[in-house]
Design a binder for this molecule. Structure first.
Ligand SMILES: [Zn+2]
Length: 186
C-alpha cells in the first residue's frame, strides 16, 4: 500500500487499485468531533459511523477532467512527474476544485501541465463506476501557445492515435475508443 500526499487531497493506493474501499477503510476518526469511528450498516452498506455525533460518514466521489487535445492525427500526451503513475504517459487531466466549472478546470489543468491555451469543443462523456473518481472528458481545441512540460509533468508529446502507449488510468481504455467513435462520426 502506498500513501500519496497530493497538493489538494490525500489518496491511498492499494495494490489492487481499489481506491474507494481503501479510502473508506482508512477513515478512523470523526471529522467533526474526533471520536474513533465504528463500522455500521447503513441499509446494506457498511460505512464509517460516529457514535458521538450519531451520524454516518459518507465518502463522496472526486470529480476530474480529462482533455483530448488533437493536432492532425495526433493527440497531446504528458509524462507524469508525480504519483500516481509517475513516469507514465497520460492524457492531460486533473481534479475539479469545489465551485469551479468542469470547463474551467479542463482549460486550467491543460494550461498548468503544458502551458497551452485550449477551448473545450466537444463533450465526449462522463466515465464512472471504477473507484472514487468521476471523470468528465472533453475534446479541446488548441488555441495558442507551444506545448511544453510544466507543473507535475516531465515531458510532453503529440502522439498518433495508433501509436499510443499503455495509458495508466482506469477509464483510459474506454476514453480512447469513445474518441475514435467520435472521430468516425465527423
Ligand atoms: Zn463525531
Amino acid at each position: 500500500m502506498k500513501l500519496y500526499r497530493g497538493p489538494k487531497y490525500w489518496l491511498i493506493f492499494s495494490k489492487d487499485e481499489n481506491f474507494l474501499v481503501t479510502m473508506v477503510e482508512q477513515i478512523k476518526y470523526c471529522q467533526f468531533c474526533g471520536t474513533h469511528l465504528v463500522r455500521k450498516y447503513d441499509r446494506s452498506k457498511l460505512r464509517p459511523f460516529c457514535e458521538a455525533c450519531n451520524i454516518f460518514i459518507y465518502v463522496d466521489p472526486k470529480v476530474a477532467v480529462v482533455a483530448i487535445v488533437p493536432s492532425n492525427q495526433a493527440i497531446l500526451l504528458i509524462r507524469r512527474a508525480i504519483e500516481p503513475h509517475l513516469g507514465k504517459w497520460s492524457l492531460p487531466s486533473g481534479y475539479v476544485d469545489r465551485g469551479e466549472s468542469i470547463e474551467n478546470a479542463l482549460v486550467r489543468e491543460v494550461f498548468e501541465e503544458t502551458t497551452i491555451c485550449t477551448s473545450p469543443c466537444h463533450y465526449l462523456g462522463v466515465f464512472s463506476g471504477q473507484g472514487p473518481v468521476v471523470v468528465h472528458v472533453y475534446v479541446a481545441t488548441h488555441k495558442s501557445g507551444t506545448a511544453k512540460a510544466a507543473e507535475e509533468v516531465s515531458e510532453i508529446k503529440w502522439c498518433e492515435l495508433d501509436e499510443l502507449p499503455d495509458l495508466p488510468f482506469p477509464y483510459d481504455q474506454e476514453i480512447i475508443p469513445a474518441y475514435k467513435t467520435y472521430l468516425h462520426s465527423l
